[in-house]
Design a protein around this ligand. Sequence first.
Ligand code: FAD
Length: 499
Amino acid sequence: MTESPHAAPRRRLVVVGSGMAASRLVEELVARGAHATHATHAITVLGDEPVAPYNRILLSAVLEGTHRPEALTLRTPEWYDAHGITLHLGARVLGVDPGRRDVMLVDGTLIDYDVLVLATGAIPALPPIRGLVRMDGSLHPAVHAFRSLAECEHLLAAIADTDAAGHPVNRRAVVVGGGLLGLQVARALGTRGLDTEIVEGAEHLLHRQVDTAAGRILARDLKKLDVAVYTGARAVRIEDAGDRVALRLDNGFTLDTDLVVLTAGGRPSTALARGAGLEVRRGIVVDDRLTTSDPHIHAIGDCVQHEGRVTGFVPPAWEQAGVLADVLTGEPTTYDGSRVVARLRATDLDVAVLGDASAEIEAGGELVEVANPIAGSHRRLVVREGRIVAATLVGDLSRVGLITQHFDRGTVLGPTEPGSLLMPERTTTAGSATRALPDDAEVCACAGVSAARIRSCSSFEEVRDTTRATTGCGGCTSAVRELLAARALSPYVSTAKGN
Ligand SMILES: Cc1cc2nc3c(=O)[nH]c(=O)nc-3n(C[C@H](O)[C@H](O)[C@H](O)COP(=O)(O)OP(=O)(O)OC[C@H]3O[C@@H](n4cnc5c(N)ncnc54)[C@H](O)[C@@H]3O)c2cc1C
């Protein structure tokens, strides 16, 4: 399409990072017509990874062997081309000059911007383990980080490594960190047949998200999957021990292993922002319009701190992307930071976390909980003034859609409703409750997609391509299929298009 000579000049929008937040932002801008073929923004995306933007959540699925790396691609380079968006892969940004309004790539290329978006994500935190990092700054060869596709493929290569007789060289693995990522990785390594152990410094697994009882249920689930769990113990030293390495714990134990995988959290990647003189605390500080201390620079995703909080999950990153797309296209939308939703994607481990339960209890919230350790389920809501302000669900996610809906909307519930919401779905036919979901119920927590929006699509592919539901953690896939199946049977078809 040629530009009209009278058209307003296109704004040069440069996005640093081509991860999950950046990809969603670009999709949202395309959905609003704010891209080159509509002549409003000249968009350039600069990502340091050499591959097309991909779904990081599914890295553990690649490790487990259920997905091929190509299946993780969010949008192909051809899609970017088709929308007139410049995508530079393998392009690391070294510095931002807010005075000249340009960014410098590692090869010295300067790229000018009118508006800059930092979507640089997080970097894995290195726990204080002696011997972890070598004199040249590299990790001990038995130690693996797990945040990028390259690191995932490196770990897969180590698992596939065989000796002269064709036997696997690496048969034991220790996962350092019992958070969401640690659980995913341990599950995947166990499935690959490695003797796997998790070491977690806190007293129970997932200690940031769930309480002791739920943590115990998760530990039991993992043990059933042949993963040993050590809680209340920190790895302090790694030493070579013949063919293996010895990982020493602060409780006196030593774990002999072939591989050590670090999953002990990440911290916002803020080096560029600091270098540019932007306000940075734990993350890059942004206001309700996702603007940094420089009015020409915005930031979204894991690198951001909003109202004192950093998140580290896809749903808030994608919500920020949607709000920023509005901001960039002149809409009055603001971000209120309420949507702290996380759902763990790991085969046979079901966890959903909404909000920050401990903080809400401290702030006077009342706890409503139902636990059945025998069945392996533990569900709790924190309720303040009748509203669900936080929830953690382990083992049974059948009511997560409805609970998320009330959480998001701040619905005021009657005194018995929170308790009823924690009871398992009473259905005569599997999936009938999903089919009966009201149109405005949220089905995909990652992309914020309602039941009506799903019902308005005629195929799974259409849902995936137009709403992006199922492309995040994938936890809504069966609900989407149910709704589409019901739609096919129903004489009435909802046509609502809003999210
Ligand atoms: C293995 C794994 C499993 C996860 N599972 C879940 C889950 O189940 N549920 C959930 O909600 N969340 C999960 N997360 C977290 C989720 O992936 C992140 O919240 C999400 O990716 C954040 O998106 P982002 O774009 O901010 O960061 P990222 O997706 O990390 O993207 C940032 C990108 O910026 C690039 N970059 C950084 N600096 C530069 C630079 N100077 N120049 C150019 N490029 C740069 C990085 O290389 C990266 O490609 C998981 C994360 C991992 C690693």
